[in-house]
Design a protein around this ligand. Structure first.
Ligand SMILES: Nc1ncnc2c1ncn2[C@@H]1O[C@H](COP(=O)(O)OP(=O)(O)OP(=O)(O)O)[C@@H](O)[C@H]1O
Ligand SMILES: [Mg+2]
Length: 405
C-alpha cells in the first residue's frame, strides 16, 4: 500500500480536512446517505474503507469477452491507473465497479464487504466521466452541492464550498459552468464527486477533452487533490505518460486481461512482455541465444551471433531463447574518451534528429535491424549520418523478456 503524507495538525490542509470531518459528524444521522457509517471521514488514517478487490471478474457480451477473469487489488488510498488501448475493457471494468454493468462472473469486494450484487447507489463509489455533464442552468456551487441537497444534507452549501476550495474554484462558486474553461469545468465535476466522500472515485478518461497543456496541469492537480483527501482513485487512460505521471500503481490491460501490474518504474524498467515494453515508451528488442559461462552476476549470450553480457538475475529458469530489451536512452554512442562498458556493438548512423534536449539516432546493425539511441545534449560528441559508431550499454540497465522474438 502506498503511503501519503498526512498533514500535520495545525497545518491549513489538516485544518480543512478536520473542518470537513467535523461538519460531517455534526450532520444528523438521518440526514446522511443510508450506507454511511457513523463518524466516517474522508481524512486519512481513520476508518479506511479497505482495499478494493476484483476476483476473477468477467463480462461477456454474447460471445465477446470484454473483461476476462481479472484479479486485481487496489490498495485503499492509492492512485491506481488502468492503462490500455481502445476497446481493451477499461470502461467495462469501471462500470462493473460502479454497479452500472453486471459481471458475467466473479466478485467485487470493498474491504470485507462483497458489493458484487449491491445497487449502484448503495456503493460508496463515484464516477467522473470525460464529459463532465454539469447542469448548465445551475451555478457552480449548486452543481457541486446537487447530490447533497438531494439527500437533504444540512449545511450542504458549506460542504460544497469546502470542496470548491479543494479544487481552487471557490471564487467561481456563483458563476455558470459555461463561464469556466474546460479545465475548470473538469475540476467542478471532480469537486461534485469528492463532496460525496466516496470510498472509491472512478475517473474514466476525465482529461480526454482537454488540450495538452491543460491536461498536464490537471494531471498535477488531480494528484494533489488525491493526496490531500486520501481517497482511492482509479483513473482510466490510454495515455501512458498520464498513467506514469500520476499513478502509484498501473495495471496495463490488453484484450480484457491484465498484462502486467506494477509501479511506473517497474513497468518501464522491467516490462514482462514486448507488448508492455512497447506500450510504455520505446524499446530495442534483440533475440538472445543463451549459452553457459558466468561471472559477476552476468552470463554470456549471443544476439545475431554477437556476444553480449546479460544480467543473470533476470533470466527465466530453463529458457534457451529470450529477448533482450534496451531503452533508447540506455544505449550510448561510445567515443574515444568513454568509460568502459560491458556491452558494445558497432553499426552505421542512418538518421540523426536533434530535438534540443537530445539527439535521436537510428543505427543500422550488421544484421539489418535499426536500433534507436537517444543521447542527451550533454556536451558529448555528436555523430553524423553515415558515420560508423560503437554503441554501448550496461547489462543491468537492459531487460529480458521471457518470450522468444
Ligand atoms: N454494451 C455492450 N455491448 C456489446 N459490446 C460492448 C458493450 N460495451 C462494451 N462492449 C465491447 O467491449 C469491449 C471493451 O469496451 P470498453 O468500453 O470497456 O473499452 P475501453 O477500454 O474503455 O475503450 P476506450 O479506450 O475506447 O474507451 C469493446 O470491444 C466494446 O465494443
Ligand atoms: Mg472507455
Amino acid at each position: 500500500m502506498s503511503e501519503h503524507p498526512v498533514p500535520e495538525p495545525g497545518s491549513t490542509d489538516r485544518a480543512r480536512l478536520d473542518k470537513l470531518d467535523e461538519r460531517f459528524r455534526r450532520t444528523p444521522a438521518e440526514e446522511r446517505p443510508p450506507s454511511l457509517p457513523e463518524g466516517r471521514s474522508v481524512t486519512k488514517g481513520r476508518s479506511a474503507p479497505g482495499d478494493l478487490r476484483l476476483i476473477q471478474l468477467s463480462r461477456h457480451f454474447d460471445d465477446f469477452v470484454a473483461v476476462d477473469a481479472i484479479d486485481l487489488v487496489v490498495p485503499s488510498g492509492s492512485f491506481f491507473a488502468l492503462l490500455g488501448p481502445s476497446g481493451c475493457g477499461k470502461t467495462t471494468t469501471l462500470r462493473m465497479i460502479a454497479g452500472l454493468e453486471e459481471p458475467t462472473s466473479g466478485q467485487i469486494l470493498l474491504g470485507e464487504t462483497d458489493i458484487t450484487n449491491t445497487r449502484p447507489y448503495q456503493r460508496r463509489v463515484n464516477t467522473v466521466f470525460q464529459s463532465y455533464a454539469l447542469f448548465p442552468h445551475l451555478s457552480v456551487l449548486d452543481n457541486v452541492g446537487f447530490g447533497l441537497r438531494q439527500r437533504r444534507v444540512a449545511d450542504w452549501k458549506r460542504k460544497a464550498m469546502d470542496a470548491l476550495e479543494l479544487v481552487k474554484l471557490a471564487d467561481r462558486a456563483h458563476q455558470r459552468p459555461r463561464q469556466l474553461s474546460g479545465g475548470m469545468q473538469q475540476r467542478v465535476a471532480l469537486a461534485r464527486a469528492v463532496v460525496n466522500e466516496p470510498d472509491v472515485l472512478l475517473l474514466d478518461e476525465p482529461l480526454g477533452a482537454l488540450d495538452l497543456k491543460l491536461r498536464r496541469e490537471m494531471q498535477i492537480e488531480l494528484k494533489r487533490i488525491q493526496q490531500e483527501v486520501g481517497l482511492t482513485f482509479i483513473h482510466v487512460t490510454h495515455d501512458q505518460e498520464e498513467a506514469m505521471t500520476m499513478a502509484d500503481e498501473v495495471a496495463v490491460m490488453q484484450a480484457g486481461r491484465i498484462e502486467q501490474l506494477g509501479t511506473p518504474g517497474e513497468l518501464y524498467d522491467r516490462p514482462a512482455t514486448a507488448y508492455v515494453a512497447n506500450f510504455l515508451g520505446q524499446s530495442n528488442l534483440l533475440p538472445l541465444e543463451l549459452s553457459s559461462g558466468a561471472g559477476d552476476g552476468l552470463v554470456t549470450a549471443t544476439a545475431h551471433g554477437f556476444p553480449v553480457w546479460v544480467d543473470a538475475t533476470q533470466l527465466p529458469a530453463g529458457a534457451a531463447s529470450v529477448q533482450l530489451g534496451i531503452r533508447p536512452e540506455k544505449l550510448r554512442l561510445l567515443g574515444p574518451g568513454s568509460e568502459a562498458v560491458a556491452n558494445r556493438l558497432s553499426g552505421w548512423v542512418t538518421d540523426a534528429s536533434f530535438t534540443g534536449v537530445a539527439t535521436t539516432y537510428l543505427v543500422a546493425m550488421p544484421w539489418g535491424q535499426e536500433l534507436t539511441v537517444t543521447q542527451p545534449n550533454d556536451g558529448s560528441a555528436r555523430a553524423e549520418r553515415g558515420e560508423e559508431v560503437t554503441l554501448g550499454w550496461d547489462p543491468h540497465q537492459a531487460f529480458v523478456l521471457a518470450e522468444a522474438g
